[in-house]
Design a protein around this ligand. Structure first.
Ligand code: DX5
Ligand code: ZN
Length: 229
């Protein structure tokens, strides 16, 4: 299970996004938080910006749509050049139909859950998904404190993915830093989003490497305990 590091450009300098993407080029993906001021109380960027970022980004774009009516809007993000598109379980009307539409466009289909959303109802949908995103803050803003109470959901999802013999990736997003990433990896995450921890640092590449190292070690230790993982 390879570790994927996906810094969030939510904490980047929005006047210099191309240069800010270059700062994280040693990471695996660039996490793009799309917020519509309806699903969450914040507004960021949308399709025209994603389309342009996809043209200049050294990394695949991992788009996290915190928007209402993703059934209508998400396929356009695939066409705009995203490599993965994640929508919220609380907002999507027909998750299987949408995941199939995304996959048909050649992108990875993800489903996100906010802290109060249970993951059990999603377990039967796992074969239709490439990724589940477990939020460890309330969606809407960077720089919030990590919510440990969400970790059991990662644990249960990791067990369900293992039992089903699937390759679904488990992403953790919100308050991920050197202080919290090991707990996330130990609980079963394999894709790690970090915004303020990476962009708030002088040397973003050094933080990317530090996070990768901590996650790899914690994941290896967890695998040694439970070889089924
Ligand atoms: C929050 C976003 C996150 C955010 C993470 O709604 O989905 O991706 O950028 O920022 P940090 O890492 O600062 O919590
Ligand atoms: Zn996000």
């Amino acid at each position: 299970m390879a570790v994927t590091i996906s810094p969030s450009i939510l904490s980047a300098d929005f006047a210099n996004l191309q240069a800010e993407l270059e700062r994280i080029s040693s990471a695996d993906w660039a996490h793009v938080d799309v917020m519509d001021a309806h699903f969450v109380p914040n507004l960021t960027l949308g399709l025209p910006v994603v389309e342009r970022l996809a043209q200049v980004s050294p990394l695949p774009l991992d788009c996290h749509l915190m928007i209402t009516d993703p059934d209508r809007w998400a396929p356009a993000y695939a066409e705009a050049g995203a490599a993965g598109v994640t929508v919220h379980a609380e907002a999507v009307a027909a998750p299987v139909r949408l995941a199939r539409a995304l996959r048909a466009r050649g992108v990875r289909a993800g489903l996100a859950v906010s802290p109060a959303t249970p993951v059990e109802p999603l377990v039967d949908l796992l074969p239709e998904l490439d990724m589940v995103l477990v939020m460890t803050v309330e969606p809407g803003f960077g720089g919030q404190g990590f919510l440990d109470v969400c970790l059991p959901k990662l644990r249960r999802l990791r067990a369900a993915v293992g039992t089903a013999g699937l390759q679904v990736q488990l992403q953790v997003d919100g308050g991920v830093s050197a202080a919290t990433i090991e707990r996330c990896a130990e609980a079963g995450a394999d894709v790690f989003v970090a915004g303020s921890a990476v962009y708030g640092a002088e040397d973003a590449a050094a933080v990317v490497e530090q996070l990768r190292d901590l996650a790899e070690r914690a994941a290896a230790a967890a695998r040694a305990e439970d070889p089924v993982r």
